[in-house]
Design a binder for this molecule. Sequence first.
Ligand code: ATP
Ligand code: MG
Length: 153
Amino acid sequence: QEADLVELVEQAADAFRVTHADHPLTVTPGPDSLKLRLDPQRIRQVLDNLLTNAAMHTPPGTQVSVAVSIASGAAVVRIADAGPGIPPADRERVFDRFYRVDKARSRDRGGSGLGLAVAQSLVRAHGGRIDLTSEPGATVFTVTIPLAVGRDV
Ligand code: ATP
Ligand code: MG
């Protein structure tokens, strides 16, 4: 089915502002709408997972932002936070099932370590991918969903 990715991001942002009021969220202006073939519930789940991580794994007050854009035949959603970041050695492994960077602290926060593994498989099921860059003060998860796969070819 077709769904509007911009609308999904706005809905996820509205929900985030209610559930994570201690983290200021900026939605960066982009296209008014971006309709493509995707499963809205599954992509909403991906957005919620990434936004929840940006709040759960950073101190209260940490700025979070989300942006939608189109880049070389793909829809791109960028979810960024100004938190402490993910050390280089952990960056590949955070997508592994049950992997958490700081097990004791992550357990306090109630995470199982499944969120990113689930998000990655959902995005891959759409023919896309999730990329990660991180340094202290700037962690960025980028969800890329190709338009060619999302549309009838
Ligand atoms: P779950 O999502 O299952 O509730 P979780 O959030 O711990 O639990 P993942 O979403 O898979 O699991 O994330 C794996 C780990 O990656 C986290 O435990 C955390 O250590 C690290 N991580 C994820 N997102 C961020 C982020 N934005 N900033 C810092 N660390 C992060
Ligand atoms: Mg998570």
